[in-house]
Design a binder for this molecule. Structure first.
Ligand SMILES: Nc1ncnc2c1ncn2[C@@H]1O[C@H](COP(=O)(O)OP(=O)(O)OP(=O)(O)O)[C@@H](O)[C@H]1O
Ligand SMILES: [Mg+2]
Length: 647
């Protein structure tokens, strides 16, 4: 920054055609200043044309060639010397001349003969004033450059900022709006500026908030869901700070807006996944225990059925109890489906064929008021799913659609191939990239608000009357689709209807080759004389299995743990079939036992039983190629599985 120029280094130019005057003035001023004498105006002007410094110029008014006034005019026409103070020297005390000199920018008029002391004092004042003026001008220029620099930097920051920044005036009219704010709010910045603040932001920054801002307070972060002019919505986090002026006080506010939609979505997905995982763990534990209990109940009812005389009046009660138990088993199965721990019987499925085969049943079930439409895309890829589960899933969706259309409507089931080239977030569901067969179930029903749509896959979440819904239907669909490696999306609008899409992954070629339908067994195996080793720790189930197998004509040995079972086999007792629970106590489970037994006694036939199977165990079972009997089972199921196993 320029500092004040010292008076001693000031340059004074003097032009006078009278040599004596010139000499006196030069001597007078030389003590204090750098003096440059000229005998006429032309030589002074030539000196200036070289760009030499001049802090004050003294001009004799009457000079040969150009007069002092003419020289002054020429000095003023040179931009670098426009503001240099000019003092005129004259021997005529004429008001007219003085007026002309001052009008040309002269700062003083000195009448000859002059008193050296007065001249010195007056010149000193002019030199100081001139220097001060120049200093202020330089400072002003510097200041102006600094302001311009800062303004440019600020404009670049505003332009590049991903955070939307809006300024409003004291009455809430938008004064400025950066591009990020425009794109977050879905409008051109130019449409926003000059208008009052609109939408959810205006709702928040009004009333109390405006008063807080006027009082100089800051409004800390708040979140809002805003609707853009094109109808899309965005979640923003905003904060506002008051703009205060020392003199006028409150001038308006700066509002910062950040688009947090994606962050909110990820938070939601994480929260939702954790919630579903927790509910899944809870339900699968419950369902597993239930299946064991139901195995005992159903199995014993079956046994009673075998021993009760045909005419017994107890038969009716028993049949009711059995129906109730079977219905409980169905509910438990759906719970397990939700927690992705059911034992799936996956096959290569032609989705079009499966859906087509359901249409008549659906039309009948949904009643006359609901029109059922099917829109198939040809040449669908095969998918590897459990067909009976897929049946149930579509049925569940259709029955929900019927409930959503009490006055009738249209249910459209469409099938299509879809290739996602990158991971997609559809609604609130993550779908990995890949090839999918999509089953879309669309109704024209009542739709649902987002609070309901957010929870529909939770087990036991229902909006229906107690006797109308259990809240298990979609939980089953969700679990089944997830367990099959797929995804599910929901789009719904209150009053317009709902669309649920099941994304089922295309079966790979290896899966297609591996899919060998099991031979349907018609043959009944010879049970006579064959020995079955039961490995089961639950005593009632153990007793039941013993009864059932004895009824079927097998000899039975019982072990209450896998290690115990292994010891029996090692003892050399002849065992034809190992029938083991999967979850057995004592550190060795049924699958470990089966693996060991298979390698040591290759002729031994193995059948496992379980109420639920998690991903890791399911993988092991498939790897070893074991047969599984699902709990709860009836004696006939056990008989059929044994026949398949013995071959
Ligand atoms: N197509 C739909 N239209 C509107 N709301 C729906 C639709 N499908 C599901 N819902 C909502 O989701 C909730 C959960 O559905 P879900 O199928 O899991 O249970 P439910 O139908 O209530 O009972 P359940 O299927 O066990 O008999 C329903 O109660 C309903 O509020
Ligand atoms: Mg339902």
């Amino acid at each position: 920054m320029n500092s004040w120029v010292s008076e001693q280094t000031a340059h004074i130019l003097v032009a006078d055609d009278e040599p004596q005057n010139l000499r006196i003035l030069t001597e007078l001023l030389s003590d204090t200043y750098a003096v440059h004498p000229f005998s006429d105006g032309a030589s002074l002007l030539r000196y200036l044309d070289k760009g030499k410094p001049a802090d004050l110029i003294m001009l004799d008014v009457i000079m040969p060639g150009a007069s002092g006034f003419e020289v002054c005019e020429k000095i003023r026409s040179r931009s670098a010397y426009q503001d240099v103070p000019v003092v005129f020297l004259t021997s005529l005390d004429s008001v007219k001349d003085e007026a002309r000199g001052l009008s040309l920018g002269g700062v003083d008029f000195i009448i000859k003969p002059f008193s050296p002391l007065v001249v010195l004092a007056r010149l000193r004042n002019h030199v100081r004033l001139g220097l001060a003026t120049r200093y202020i001008q330089t400072q002003n220029e510097l200041l102006e450059n600094t302001v311009q620099d800062r303004t440019r930097t600020l404009a670049t920051i505003l332009e590049a900022s991903p955070i939307g920044l809006i300024t409003i005036d004291g009455v809430g009219t938008v004064k400025t709006c950066n591009p990020a704010a425009g794109s977050i709010l879905g409008s051109q910045s130019t449409d926003i500026v000059g208008s009052p603040l609109r939408g959810g932001l205006a709702d928040h920054i009004a009333g109390d908030e405006l008063q807080s801002l006027a009082a100089g307070k800051r409004i800390p972060g708040f979140e809002r869901n805003l609707k853009r002019p094109d109808g899309s919505s965005v979640t923003v986090r905003c904060s506002a700070s008051s703009l205060q002026d020392d003199k006028e006080g409150y001038k308006g506010a700066v509002i910062a807006i950040e688009d947090v939609s994606e962050q909110k979505l990820i938070e939601y997905q994480l929260h939702h996944a954790q919630k579903m995982e927790a509910i899944g763990r809870l339900t699968s534990g419950l369902a597993h225990d239930f299946n064991n209990l139901l195995t005992v109940v159903i199995g014993n009812l079956d046994l009673m059925d075998k021993v009760l005389p045909e005419s017994s009046p107890v038969r009716e009660f028993m049949s009711n109890a059995l129906n109730g138990s079977l219905r409980s088993a169905e509910l438990t199965r759906q719970l397990l489906a939700f927690s992705r721990k059911q034992v799936l019987q996956q096959r290569l499925v032609d989705v079009n064929r499966l859906v087509r085969s359901m249409i008549t049943l659906l039309s009948r079930t949904l009643g006359d008021t609901v029109e059922v439409k099917l829109a198939e895309q040809n040449d669908l890829w095969p998918v590897l799913v459990d067909p009976s589960q897929l049946d149930t899933a579509v049925l569940n969706l259709a029955s929900n659609a019927r409930d959503a259309m009490p006055k009738g409507g249209t249910l459209t089931i469409s099938t299509s191939r879809r290739t996602l080239t990158k991971d997609q977030t559809n609604g609130k569901c993550e779908i990995p990239a890949g090839d999918y067969v999509v089953i879309e179930v669309q109704d024209t029903g009542i739709g649902m608000p987002s609070e309901v749509a957010d929870r529909i896959f939770e087990p036991f979440f229902t909006t229906k009357a107690l006797d109308k819904g259990t809240g298990i239907g979609l939980a089953m669909v969700y679990g089944f689709v997830k367990q099959s490696g797929g995804a599910i999306t929901v789009t719904s609008e209150v009053g317009s209807g709902t669309t649920i899409c099941l994304y089922l992954p295309r079966a790979t070629e290896i899966q297609a080759q591996d899919d060998v339908l099991p031979a349907t067994l018609t043959k009944t195996a010879e049970s006579g004389g064959k020995t079955i080793l039961i490995v089961e720790d639950c005593i009632p189930i153990q007793m039941l299995a013993r009864h059932q197998l004895t009824n079927l004509g097998y000899k039975v040995i019982v072990a209450d743990s896998a290690l115990h079972g292994l010891a029996v086999l090692e003892n050399g007792v002849t065992v034809h079939v190992l029938f083991s629970d999967v979850l057995t106590p004592g550190g060795m489970n049924g699958i470990d036992l089966a693996r060991t037994a298979k390698s040591r006694w290759p002729d031994l036939r193995i059948l496992l039983t379980t109420g639920s199977l998690d991903e890791a165990l399911r993988h092991e079972v498939n790897e070893i190629g074991l047969s599984i009997l699902i709990k709860p089972y009836r004696q006939s199921d056990l008989e059929q599985k044994l026949n398949e196993t013995i071959g």
